[in-house]
Design a protein around this ligand. Structure first.
Ligand code: SF4
Ligand code: SF4
Ligand code: SF4
Length: 786
């Protein structure tokens, strides 16, 4: 169906400059509509509501200016209707009636406007098409009307919409005002210089607005396309911009010959309009292609300082941008928490300066459901990238139905929660029943080792059906909490998770919980109650993200797993305006882990709930099968505090492996004291080493040091799996026989299955760690060389 749409759309002249990928995205916005013979598709004089592409059938175009005899034109497939009205905002200039049953592709005015905003080249193409029609036929509109169309079209550019009118601190505002007064006092053209995203366009619009007012023509042309687009008409631009501003972006990208011609026209018509040129200063690139003759046409120069060199402006800019956004969207101005402001201040803005800050704040404004913007709503830096070959499981209808449409997952969760409570009740009230004892043995002997063994391969798959989470969800639906998670929990979640993990593990060993159903039930109840408490206090699954010790363990283990949930950032950034993956849609809540999919680039905090798969309206979310461990060497951002957790995981392997066996030999008090001391001292030491290796914790960027610490995760996990293997029921009675032929027949060596499995796990852990460390170092070496 989409391919058919793509076929029709690709033939429209406006879309001719779009790539195949862009056409595919565009096709998703259009819908099929069927109209029977005689029905009016468009009615003359009505406000524009849609744009239509006729695919099958035929229509008559009626233009009934004086309600007298209509002018009739018959049109067939591939004819388009309504685009002019959508661009100009004026009522339809004609009616269209179906002559037979017809099929059209249509898009609403709002969706079309969004597309024009996202893909200005379409806009440009429509204008060019119109211009061509006008120049060639000169029938539909007079010369004046053409100018009007051009002006109104150009006015619709992002300037009005994106202009926040805030420059920053008093000092920066004064600098801008001083320049404006200079231009007022001494007329002359203006050249604005600055890095990408510093606000050169805003400066141009600001000067224009102040000198001529918003209603005056503000004609924007792009130097990179100037030669092709305005080759035969660039002198006309001055007529169109008369009484206002001609703003030429990237003026040095115009060819030298055209620059000279332009310089002559500017000199010949000095007072026709104000010319503002903008020129990008790139870091480490000093060469400019601006011809001296054209440069001489600009009396005033203004250089905008990069945002990273005037960070004092950031709080003022942020406040102003949020106030304007709130006004536009009829909402209260959200408050930026001090940690969020700190995060904004600590960023370097090398990607896009002020534009980057604006984008981050706009996104955070729409993501924040409450009137506070905290760390969880600020997404910085590049979006995740598609690395290496992956297989999207959602391509197969079985997985698509399972994860996207069906009710299988919700039911599985309910069943797992019911079973879980039955087991807890059994352990509490009837621990002597043999079925309960069997289940109890399985919990410790299969479930717990399985978590350690499976998470490195299948990620947080346990979280998909976790009963704690199902109960938490149920309770949270009743209370619907709104207060934000305190920043201190967000900032130090790695410490909370590490501490809780240590405590749970310690209690488990010290109370010999593996042979005590009552204690086991109590531990599970305490965890469940804590999860409920947190979910009643804070929205989403704050427990899973910032507290759950089990989640911390499986999250760390799943960093290199075979499965990942990721989106296509190109679709997210170019198409999405609703951010349903984060915000939620209908009955399906937004990401419980506060993840915004285009920025999700590691598995640590993705609990595989698949809500985003269900919520995304653009099919941007993929569930990929990938090469294990690769994520570690491609890490871009990660919660660096987890280096502490990895250090702790590593360091407790020794005490749990060597002290626990002494439990049966030493007197209980002596053993408990010695074990506790060895356990916590090792943990503190391991945590401190992890902290030292992972510091400074100031940004989320994954440095080589961080990657190297994460590279040791397979080894730390191997240690824990080796520890768990001996608890698998019946494994101690198993032996593996290795036979080899000798002169006298076969000779067999028997190895305990525990030992064999432990050996395999140890070798796998060492090999994966060594491989990851080598690849991280090689990649770093290559980066330095380049
Ligand atoms: S993080 Fe903890 S509570 Fe949340 S789903 Fe995973 S195991 Fe369950
Ligand atoms: S994943 Fe979907 S909902 Fe989320 S930002 Fe991307 S396109 Fe929008
Ligand atoms: S919503 Fe998506 S990103 Fe968030 S936890 Fe669930 S699967 Fe992961």
């Amino acid at each position: 169906m989409n391919m058919e749409k793509e076929h029709y759309l690709a033939n429209i002249a406006f879309f001719s400059e779009l790539s195949a990928q862009e056409i595919t995205e565009l096709a998703r916005e259009f819908r099929w509509e069927a109209y029977p013979e005689g029905v009016l598709l468009i009615k003359q004089g009505q406000r524009p509501s849609s744009f239509y592409l006729l695919c099958e059938g035929s229509v008559e175009v009626l233009k009934d200016e004086h309600f007298g005899s209509p002018k009739v034109l018959v049109a067939g497939p591939e004819a388009v209707f309504g685009e002019l009205s959508l661009v100009t905002g004026k009522p339809y200039a004609y009616s269209v009636r179906c002559l037979e049953n017809s099929h059209v592709l249509s898009i609403s005015a709002d969706d079309f406007a969004q597309i024009l905003l996202r893909k200005p080249q379409i806009y440009q193409s429509i204008i060019e098409e119109l211009a061509e029609d006008l120049i060639e036929a000169n029938q539909m509109l007079s010369e004046n009307k053409y100018k009007e169309v051009l002006r109104s079209a150009i006015k619709q550019t992002q300037y009005q919409d994106k202009f926040y009118g805030i420059w920053g601190s008093v000092r920066t505002t004064k600098e801008v005002e001083r320049k404006l007064s200079e231009i007022r006092e001494q007329s002359g053209n203006l050249l604005v210089l600055g890095e990408r995203g510093t606000g050169r366009q805003m400066m141009a619009w600001y000067v224009h607005q102040n000198l001529f007012g918003e209603a005056a023509p503000f004609v924007v042309v792009d130097g990179r396309r100037f030669d092709q687009q305005w080759e035969k008409m660039y002198d006309k631009l001055f007529d169109v911009a008369a009484g206002g501003t001609l703003f030429i972006q990237e003026i040095d990208d115009i060819s030298p010959q055209t620059q000279l011609a332009l310089a002559q026209i500017i000199k010949a018509r000095p007072l026709k309009c104000l010319v503002i040129g903008s020129l990008q200063i790139q870091q480490r690139v000093t060469e400019q292609k601006l011809q001296p003759e054209l440069k001489a046409c600009f009396y005033h120069h203004y250089t905008i300082t990069p945002l990273r060199d005037r960070k004092r402006d950031i709080p003022v800019l942020a406040q102003g941008i949020l106030e304007k956004l709130a006004q536009k969207n009829h909402r209260k101005t959200p408050i930026l928490t001090s940690e969020a402001t700190q995060l904004l201040l600590s960023h370097h803005y090398r990607q896009g300066n002020v534009t980057e800050l604006i984008q981050v704040l706009e996104r955070s404004f729409f993501l924040a459901s409450e009137n506070t913007i905290g760390l969880e709503q600020i997404f910085f830096g590049p979006t995740s990238e598609q690395v290496g070959h992956k297989i999207n499981l959602l391509r197969w209808p079985f997985f698509e139905n399972l994860l996207k449409k069906g009710t299988f997952l919700p039911w599985l969760r309910r069943i797992s929660a019911v079973l879980f409570f039955l087991v807890i009740a059994g352990m509490l009230f009837s621990p002597h029943l043999s079925i309960i004892m069997k289940i109890f043995t399985l919990v410790w002997g299969i479930w717990w080792p399985a978590l350690a063994i499976l998470s490195p391969f299948l990620g947080r798959v346990w979280c998909t059906i976790c009963p704690f989470s199902t109960v938490m969800n149920y309770v949270q639906n009743k209370f619907n909490p709104h207060r934000s998670v305190p920043e201190v929990f967000i900032k130090y979640d790695y410490l909370i998770i590490s501490t809780l993990f240590l405590l749970v593990f310690w209690v488990e060993i010290i109370t010999d919980m593996r042979s005590n159903p009552l204690y086991t039930a109590l531990l599970l109840i305490v965890i469940q109650l804590a999860a409920i408490l947190i979910s009643v206090l804070y929205p989403r699954h704050a427990w899973c993200r910032h507290f759950c010790p089990l989640g911390g363990f499986v999250g760390t283990a799943s960093i290199g797993s075979l499965i990942e949930v990721r989106s296509d950032p190109a679709v997210c950034l170019n198409k999405c305006t609703t951010f349903d993956c984060y915000v939620g849609k209908g009955n399906v809540k937004g990401c419980p882990m506060s993840q915004h999919l285009p920025y999700l680039d590691n598995n640590l905090d993705c609990k595989l709930c698949f809500n985003c798969v269900r919520n995304c309206p653009h099919d941007s979310v993929h569930v990929n099968l990938r090469f294990p461990a690769r994520e570690v060497w491609h890490l871009k951002r990660v919660n660096q505090g987890y280096t502490v957790f990895i250090g702790i995981l590593f360091s407790i392997i020794l005490p749990i492996s060597y002290y626990e066996p002494l439990q049966k030999i030493w007197p209980a008090t002596q053993w408990k004291v010695s074990f506790t001391l060895a356990y916590f001292l090792s943990a503190i030491l391991g945590g401190m080493i992890g902290w030292w290796l992972g510091k400074t914790f100031k940004t989320k960027a994954a440095s080589t040091r961080i990657k190297l610490v994460f590279a040791f995760t397979p080894l730390a996990l191997a240690g824990h799996i080796i520890y768990q293997i001996k608890f698998i029921p019946g494994i101690k009675a198993l032996t593996l026989g290795l036979s080899h032929q000798t002169l006298g027949g076969f000779s067999t060596t028997y190895i305990p299955a525990t030992l064999a499995l432990q050996g395999v796990v140890a070798i796998t852990g060492i090999a994966l760690t060594a491989l990851t460390v080598i690849i991280v170092l090689v990649k770093q070496h290559k980066r330095l060389k380049n």
